[in-house]
Design a protein around this ligand. Structure first.
Ligand code: F6P
Length: 489
């Protein structure tokens, strides 16, 4: 790691706007002939950054795998654009962080600790237990954050705006401020924020560092007011910070950080155009063929512990057990795409999802009816086809920062779709009125909501879908990004 104070005395960067996130806009794999194959990702940040159309804006991200590392090493200063890669007209600096340090920071602290805390995922009689192994991981997390702060400090022009993303980078804002007090720094949390009593599962010094790290930003922003207030409550409880709940500010150690709320919406123009391309039509025809004239309950998730897929299947099973009138009249289409497969909990969870799907098909299936169709390989056009076909969409996370599936389905739905939505999803703040709200732990209530959705009159479903789509697209990704930038100025 270089010396951050060097950057302080002599800022040489030229980027007026910077984004920092663990996962970047591109990733690499090694092709059969040994060359690097580049894949571009999508999402809110990608379209957000494209909105400013500034070729000098820089996105700093981490190399996630071996091929990424090779690309980063071969590029001058990790700048993929300068190595001739087609990164979509953007400047991208990919950090080649030592693989062991990266794994400890990403798997150990970010995904197995902070993610678990914010999504309330621990089975507390046995976990967490913060011992010596965690301390090694925490050191790695600190080094990983310092590597980002160093790269940002080197790339940023005087007075530049820097938008730091997510729980992977909670220490970076304070580290960057120490190196470059001239910068305007924003932090954005894409996750929920834990309530103080749960946040305090973290060792005291770690809890303090996470909060003071984010408070190093001028502005800390969240997807809903609920998560912003939870962060403020943690600052009050852990740091004794002064909190203004109306003005949404936190004052600690003589500095005030403003809190912001930006509810990322779905990209209507993109989705509506993409959902009618031939590859989607083709998949829609195949799904229609499989479903016949039956009703559909659709869910699309990463196979992520917080998404609550197992209880969703239990609810569907309860529906079939208690309301036999649905036998042979409904199909549950569930897409559960691979996620974080390095973690044993995720592999076990995926196995449980597959097992339960098989149990349901064995219990109710007939020669001519497969009650549950599960796909575990990622296929975006097939997801869009399922969105179009859905009579009911099931989005029942234990807890979720926002949940964009809940916002995307109403936008592309062909005939209107009832939305069964967890009250613990950030999206519930905007969609709750026209959704069928559920407590994600209550399997019977979820089964009842599925029944209500399946029997909802067509005109009511269409009306609700119209209102859901309007609410879901109120803040498109480009505006979401520009608002954050404006608020930093
Ligand atoms: O929801 C928080 C988040 O960081 C999202 O921004 C992103 O979609 C997801 O988690 C990515 O997780 P990972 O990079 O571990 O696959």
């Amino acid at each position: 790691m270089g010396d951050l104070t060097t950057e302080r005395s002599n800022p040489t960067g030229t980027a007026p706007v910077l984004v920092a996130s663990n996962r970047g806009p591109v990733s690499f794999s090694t092709a059969e002939d040994g060359t690097l194959a580049l894949r571009r990702g999508g999402g809110g940040l990608v379209s957000g950054l494209s909105a400013i159309g500034d070729p000098d804006a820089v996105w700093v991200c981490a190399a996630l795998g071996d091929a990424d590392r090779r690309a980063a090493r071969e590029a001058p200063d990790g700048r993929l654009d300068r190595a001739g890669h087609d990164v979509g007209g953007q400047a991208v600096r990919m950090l080649d962080i030592d693989p062991e340090t990266f794994a400890r920071a990403y798997n150990g602290v970010a995904n197995s600790t902070l993610w678990f805390v914010h999504h309330l995922l621990y089975a507390t009689p046995t976990a967490p237990a913060f011992g010596a192994a965690f301390r090694t991981e925490w050191q790695a997390y600190t080094a990983y954050n310092a590597a980002f702060a160093e790269a940002l400090a080197a790339e940023a022009a005087p007075g530049a705006a820097v938008l730091v993303q997510d729980y992977h980078l909670s220490l970076a804002p304070a580290l960057l401020r120490a190196a470059r007090p001239d910068l305007r720094i924003g932090h954005f949390s894409h996750t929920p924020w834990a309530p103080p009593e749960y946040f305090r599962l973290l060792p005291d010094d770690v809890a303090e560092s996470v909060l003071t790290g984010i408070l190093g930003a001028d502005r800390a922003a969240f997807l809903t007011r609920r998560w912003a207030l939870a962060f403020a409550e943690c600052c009050a409880a852990v740091l004794g910070a002064e909190v203004d709940r109306e003005a949404l500010t936190v004052t600690h150690a003589g500095r005030t950080t403003r809190l912001g709320v930006h509810g990322l919406g779905a990209d209507a123009d993109f989705l509506r155009e993409r959902a009618h391309r031939p590859d989607v039509e083709e998949r829609l025809a195949a799904l229609r063929e499989a479903v016949g004239d039956r009703r559909t309950v659709v869910r699309v998730d990463r196979t992520e512990l917080s998404k609550n897929i197992v209880r969703g299947f239990q609810a569907y099973r309860h529906l079939l057990r208690t309301r036999p009138e649905w036998h042979d009249r409904v199909v549950h289409i569930a897409f559960a795409y691979p996620s974080r497969t390095d973690l044993a909990e995720y592999r076990d969870y995926t196995a449980r999802v597959r097992e339960l799907a098989a149990e349901i098909n064995t219990e109710f299936g007939t020669d001519s009816w497969q009650p549950l169709i599960l796909h575990v390989n990622d296929d975006f056009p097939r997801s869009l086809a399922a969105y179009r076909l859905a009579d009911v969409a099931l989005v029942n996370p234990i807890r979720d920062g926002m949940n964009l599936v809940a916002k995307e389905v109403p936008v592309v739905s062909d005939r209107g779709c009832a939305l069964v939505l967890s009250r613990e999803a950030g999206a519930h703040a905007e969609l709750g009125e026209d959704a069928l709200s559920v407590n994600p732990y209550d399997v019977i209530a979820t089964a009842d909501a599925l029944h209500t959705g399946l029997t909802m009159a067509a005109d009511e479903r269409a009306d609700r879908t119209k209102r859901l789509a309007a609410a879901a697209t109120a803040l498109p990704p480009q505006q979401w990004f520009l608002d954050q930038l404006d608020a930093l100025r």
